[in-house]
Design a protein around this ligand. Structure first.
Ligand code: OXD
Ligand code: MN
Length: 594
């Protein structure tokens, strides 16, 4: 079927190595998707959910040892170790190929190899990049068909210049000790073995659209970022766009689909979603930065998603959605997760496949969760009630602001603005956040996660910082303004102080007003800080005193923060851009003067 030799050669090579019984080319048609779904239902790989309540929806469980991204098994295989940098695991490419080929040898005997031609970005648009993923999992095919643009048209596009990202995936035997997620940025290649979890196996997403694409962006003068993109339509009809980088499971999907409080909707404000996880950003018309979302769906965290936190996401999941590792209710073939509502099903099956009731406890008497904390929904973007009319835009949307944010119980205030682009790059570079269930390992530990890209930057993080500084030079006065937010400050009882979710519109409003020079701010030690009276609290049961308690900067806390950043920066040695060293020195001086 492949018209083009380079694609056929790639397929032949891995067909010979992995030795499937059969090879099936995916064409993106509804007919083929239906046949594959029927096959996966017949084999038990997926369950069909209630066709009335959840039409077209499927349910899947991964292996119990395979429920999140595995950062310790993820490698950047650049020729020179220095190009992977101090924040990535590195393997020498030749050694990596040999190791992986040995694991993959004959791994598809008795299985089918699916060949998925896919596009990140609208096919044929100037931003689009193409890939071919080989996989032995129908679940992967069905997810890729939601998350990317899968079509045989991609083969024609690849034909134009012969360039595509090679993605090789096999579940092999789902062995943890042989699980490898390897990126070869210089070869446009991704090799993922022994996993079936989304972030490790939907190769268009983290592996391509962030790790490989960040490297491509560095070489080609654009950026691939772990950012949501949203549009805020003002009462006069004008829409302003912002992109925001938060680490995994810190509320990107919720912010992207935010419903503004009444005091804003009554005035005529509306929020539209362009993307919830990844932004590709380039200089465009008028010398501004433009962003597109290269994905075609949402791979969202289910627990905590409910009618209050994110009604739009909930609507997205009502049809044609794949649920992974949530609770299954066999009595009506529906799903449930912690934080959906207060009425869990009485007799259900948990994410491990065990019988479950709301009172099930483990051997230590601890309540057993029905859904894994990193359980997911894969939903088509077109299901989203607030999807932006610019979602398919070829040119992308112009960015007025870039927002960084993390999960910090203390330290970071609710919002502040960087003094300028270079200071903003510093603010992004020193971001820290508490770890979440999206990656295997401890949860709740504060770690530095520059620009929320720690697990996703496909090259040396020092070069990445320099690339950010250079992009600012490219767009000069047209550069988006940079901000930092923290929705997660807690009180002495560990409870979140700021109500978050839709109320975050109040902070977006301040951000836009700052972009347009409509409000003043205090020139603080860490950046421009809001005056409490400039943050609209109408209709919210939240006092100005409560607000004051989370918008200030505490000297001792920030002196500790500075020490911590100094230690973090030593990781980068001489390669750290001088500009960032300079920024740190200035921050230290300003904090000491508080
Ligand atoms: C994701 C992640 O799935 O960041 O988006 O882990
Ligand atoms: Mn993500």
């Amino acid at each position: 079927m492949a018209k083009y030799q380079n694609v056929q050669e790639f397929v032949d090579k891995y067909q010979t190595l992995m030795n499937p019984d059969k090879v099936v080319w995916i064409d993106g048609s509804t007919k083929q998707k239906k046949e594959l779904t029927d096959e996966a239902v017949a084999s038990g790989e997926v369950l069909r959910l209630n066709n009335k309540l959840l039409p077209g929806c499927l349910y899947h469980r991964t292996a119990i040892n395979d429920v999140a991204r595995v950062e310790n098994r993820t490698f950047i295989c650049s020729r020179d170790k220095e190009n992977a940098g101090p924040t990535n695991n590195w393997m020498e490419p030749q050694e990596a190929y040999e190791k992986l080929d040995a694991i993959a040898k004959d791994c598809m005997v008795g299985r089918t190899m699916y060949v998925i031609p896919f596009s990140m970005g609208k096919i044929g648009s100037p931003f689009a990049k193409y890939g071919i993923e080989l996989t032995d999992s129908i679940y992967v095919v069905l997810n890729m068909a939601i998350m990317t643009r899968v079509s045989s048209k991609v083969l024609d596009k690849i034909g134009d210049d012969g360039v595509f990202v090679r993605g090789i995936h096999s579940k092999v035997k789902l062995e943890e000790e042989n699980r490898y997620i390897c990126q070869f940025p210089e070869d446009n290649t991704i090799y993922s073995l022994n996993s079936g979890y989304g972030g490790n196996v939907l190769l268009g997403k983290k592996c391509f659209a962030l790790r490989i694409a960040s490297y491509q962006g560095w070489k080609e003068g654009w950026m691939a970022e772990h950012m949501l993109i949203l549009g805020i339509q003002k009462p006069d009809g004008e829409t302003k766009y912002v992109a925001a980088a938060f680490p995994s499971a810190c509320g990107k999907t919720n912010l992207a689909m935010l419903i503004p409080p009444d005091c804003y909707t009554e005035e005529g404000y509306k929020v539209f979603t362009v993307g919830d996880d990844i932004a590709w950003i380039r200089k465009g018309r008028g010398g501004q930065l433009y962003a597109v979302n290269p994905e075609n769906g949402f791979f969202g965290v289910a627990p905590g998603t409910n009618i209050k936190s994110n009604p739009n996401a909930l609507t997205c999941t009502k049809k044609d959605t794949i649920f992974t590792n949530v609770l299954y209710n066999p009595s009506d073939k529906t799903v449930w997760w912690e934080g959906l509502n207060n009425t869990p099903p009485e007799n259900a099956i948990d994410w491990k496949g065990n019988p479950w009731t709301p009172t099930t406890v483990d051997a230590n008497g601890v309540k057993v969760k029905g859904a894994h904390p990193n359980s997911r929904f894969t939903a088509p973007a077109k299901n989203c009630p607030c999807i932006s009319s610019e979602f398919e835009s070829r040119a992308g949307v112009p960015l007025s602001a870039i927002i960084f944010g993390g999960r910090r119980a203390k330290a970071a205030p609710l919002v502040y603005q960087a003094f300028d682009w270079n200071h903003g790059v510093f603010v992004g570079a020193v971001m820290a956040s508490e770890t979440t269930a999206a990656a295997a390992g401890a949860v709740g530990v504060v770690r530095h996660d520059p620009m929320a890209m720690l697990p996703f930057c496909g090259y040396n993080m020092s070069d990445y910082f320099q690339h950010w500084l250079n992009m600012g030079k490219k767009v000069k006065a047209n550069a988006p303004k940079i901000f930092n937010v923290n929705w997660f400050r807690t009180d002495e009882n560990g409870k979140f102080i700021w109500p978050g979710y839709g109320e975050n519109m109040r902070i977006l409003d301040w951000i836009l007003k700052r972009c347009e020079g409509e409000v003043a701010a205090e020139e603080g030690a860490i950046g421009y800080l809001p005056f409490a009276s400039d943050i609209k609290l109408d209709g919210l049961d939240f006092s100005i005193e409560q607000l004051e308690s989370i918008i200030g900067v505490d000297k001792e806390t920030w002196q500790d923060e500075v020490k911590d950043i100094e230690t973090f920066f030593t990781k980068f040695g001489d390669k750290l851009p001088n500009e960032l060293r300079k920024q740190l020195k200035s921050l230290k001086a300003r904090v000491n003067k508080l």
